[in-house]
Design a protein around this ligand. Structure first.
Ligand SMILES: [Fe+2]
Length: 172
């Protein structure tokens, strides 16, 4: 059964949420590739794409964690490395195995691993970032509000009508 995206999976940062949606799509595509007679070339392609995208996603996620001063950055980074290592090992094992029932079984076992890993990655692990992401967004919004106030105050002090954008519309 394919995995469906749910709003409860949102960590609050659009880039990361989009990454997670794409990872779900890739794992669902993997499941389609192994339905019925396994197309091993297609499976290999999907798996390589998954490893590549996962690496890119982890890099983006770690960058965000540094920006939000995530206190569990180091352990999260270590778990990212472990997952990537495991995924790479699986792909190597898969490409080395001769085509046949054993390889088919390996591929089917892999689906379960991928789904569990993904759900665990997002639900158990990444959702812990959410309060920190929201806090950073609130701080940014507050900083922007103060900046706008300061600009309006200086414009008022200079006897100007408050203009906040370069197009010259009067700020509300
Ligand atoms: Fe993630």
């Amino acid at each position: 059964m394919s995995i469906a995206w749910r709003d409860a999976m949102c960590v609050g940062e659009q880039t990361i949420d989009d990454d997670h949606k794409h990872l779900i799509d890739l794992i669902n595509a993997f499941e389609v590739a192994i339905a019925g007679k396994i197309d091993h070339k297609k499976v290999a392609r999907v798996l390589l794409g998954l490893v590549e995208y996962t690496g890119e996603h982890f890099a983006r996620e770690e960058e965000l964690q540094l920006a939000i001063r995530y206190p569990y950055y180091e352990s999260h980074r270590r778990s990212h490395r472990d997952v990537l290592k495991k995924l790479s090992e699986i792909v190597t094992e898969f490409t080395k195995a001769p085509e046949g029932p054993a390889r088919d079984r390996m591929v089917r076992d892999l689906t379960q691993f991928l789904k569990e890993w993904l759900v665990d990655h997002i639900i158990q692990s990444d959702l812990r970032m959410k309060p920190y992401v929201l806090q950073m967004q609130a701080q940014k919004a507050e900083a922007l509000r103060r900046k706008r106030e300061a600009i309006a105050a200086s414009q008022k002090a200079a006897g100007m009508e408050p203009h906040l954008d370069p197009l010259g519309k009067t700020a509300s």
